[in-house]
Design a protein around this ligand. Structure first.
Ligand code: SF4
Ligand code: SF4
Length: 212
């Protein structure tokens, strides 16, 4: 019958309208911006850079390898590598980005930069209230603005951040075990060499004493 669909739709609306007074699950609108619905774990917007600890410079995970810059489809990442180095999360000296900009007016939130980063240094943010009056400069996010703590990452993507921390801890433990094994092997080799050097060398056959 013509119009059945409209009646069915209106019945759904009426059920939700009346039901919303009794069941909060049926309330599908909120008084934004005073009220906000929680965003799902895998919601993403634009990328940000992660730092460990309290210092955004010392703890910045990015080593300025530029892989994300090369792989970004619309080419909206701009990196300048430092000339000096600072220790990374495993204590190894690494370069860091002197400049790291993302033009979010161009970024298409594809997450490719996150997928290709070998250092878990760039992740997707959930921040979406980013409108600006100025179209150009104000939408070019600088390193200082992009750098956010690992605690913030845990807050917005708790499950993912937990898995990343575990992966980094496992990698650090494996690197430490490898270093220890190499040091032990070197110590064993040095001890064997010292023991061999301490052995008296056999007398040459030509100098053997002869009877008279
Ligand atoms: S999310 Fe995609 S478009 Fe945006 S910076 Fe990363 S790679 Fe580039
Ligand atoms: S964010 Fe990751 S891929 Fe991009 S430069 Fe830094 S370390 Fe390399």
């Amino acid at each position: 019958m013509v119009g059945t669909g409209i009646l069915k739709g209106m019945a759904v609306t009426a059920r939700n309208f009346v039901g919303s007074y009794f069941d909060k699950e049926r309330l599908i609108t909120v008084q934004y911006p005073e009220e906000r619905n929680p965003l799902p774990e895998n919601y993403r917007n634009f990328p940000f850079l992660i730092f460990d600890g309290d210092d955004p410079h010392a703890g910045l995970r990015c080593v300025a390898c530029k892989i994300c810059e090369k792989e970004c489809p619309p080419q909206c990442i701009y990196i300048v590598k430092s000339e000096d180095k600072k220790p990374d999360y495993m204590g190894r000296p690494q370069f860091y980005p002197k400049v790291f900009d993302i033009d979010i007016s161009v970024c298409m939130s594809c997450q490719i930069c996150v997928e290709v980063c070998p250092f878990e240094a760039i992740k997707m943010d959930k921040e979406f209230e980013l409108s600006q009056r100025e179209r150009f400069d104000h939408l070019l996010f600088r390193k200082e603005q992009l750098s956010k703590s690992n605690d913030y990452y845990h807050k917005i993507h708790p499950v993912e951040a937990e898995a990343v921390d575990k992966g980094l801890a496992d990698a650090a433990a494996a690197a430490e075990a490898k270093k220890k094994a190499a040091a032990e092997a070197a110590a064993r080799a040095a001890a064997a060499k010292a023991a061999a050097a301490a052995q008296p060398s056999p007398s040459p056959a030509g100098n053997a004493p002869t009877g008279s």
